[in-house]
Ligand binder design. Structure first.
Ligand code: ADP
Ligand code: 5GP
Length: 205
């Protein structure tokens, strides 16, 4: 959290298995003031996941009620399950001037790009499809059927990468982490975020 400039909304997408969660966790470790958005989902909980930490796990009926009540900033069906970002998460971060990081799919990212022009959209790319499959299998969290579905969707997702602000190639995790961190640091120095600070501290218009 900071009180010198407005908070930034970072939106991160990748095909499943590219290493988005691994990279984002590295960013939360490196930048303790970077806030994680916890999405709502109807997907069943995986081994090792915690409700309220990895996701808010809800049933279909509850998710639909939230949609009807207009409680989502964005939501989408991904790999057969519903996922959404609560508007209240964004509002809380904005009020507190916190930088917020959303890990969401391309459909949700597009909705945000269309409504919030200042959002910083980052796409994480795997080196190639065979490495993507290798990582999905190595994670040992999904069945063969789920993996096949995620691989089938990967091509469509990668075809969206061109409109993101940044692409982080996750070949070496160390290099990718450095590139990701550089993006965060550079975005925090963008002039338009500092105009109020300039005005207030240096009496400039
Ligand atoms: P996503 O969130 O994009 O679905 P994960 O972060 O869960 O992907 O990563 C998928 C698997 O690939 C995990 O087992 C993770 O440890 C591994 N992984 C992530 N980045 C790399 C990398 N650069 N090289 C090798 N394995 C990686
Ligand atoms: P997973 O089931 O592997 O955790 O996530 C599957 C996909 O859903 C990923 O591409 C992830 O980014 C996306 N996702 C997670 N939360 C949200 C969300 O709130 N909104 C949207 N649109 N996608 C999400």
């Amino acid at each position: 959290m900071n009180n010198k400039r407005p908070g930034i909304l970072f939106v991160v997408s990748a095909p499943s298995g590219a290493g988005k969660t691994t990279l984002c966790h590295a960013m939360f470790d490196k930048f303790p003031d970077l806030r994680q958005s916890v999405s709502f989902t109807t997907r069943p909980m995986r081994a090792g996941e915690q409700d309220g930490v990895d996701y808010h796990f809800v049933d279909h009926g509850c998710f639909e009620k939230m949609v009807q009540a207009g409680e989502f900033l964005e939501w989408a069906e991904v790999h057969g399950h519903l996922y959404g970002t609560a508007l209240s998460t964004l509002q809380r971060a904005a009020t507190q001037g916190a930088d917020l990081l959303l890990e969401i799919d391309c459909q949700g990212a597009r909705q945000i790009r269309n409504s919030l022009k200042d959002a910083v959209c980052i796409f994480v790319l795997p080196p190639d499809f065979s490495e993507l499959e290798h990582r999905l299998r190595g994670r040992e969290t999904d069945s063969d059927q789920v993996i096949a579905r995620r691989l089938a969707n990967a091509k469509d997702e990668i075809s969206q990468a061109h409109w993101y602000d940044y692409i982080v190639l996750n070949d070496s995790i160390e290099d990718a982490g450095q590139h990701f961190a550089s993006i965060i640091e550079a975005e925090r120095c963008r002039t338009h975020l500092w105009l109020e600070f300039l005005k207030h501290n240096f009496a400039l218009n």
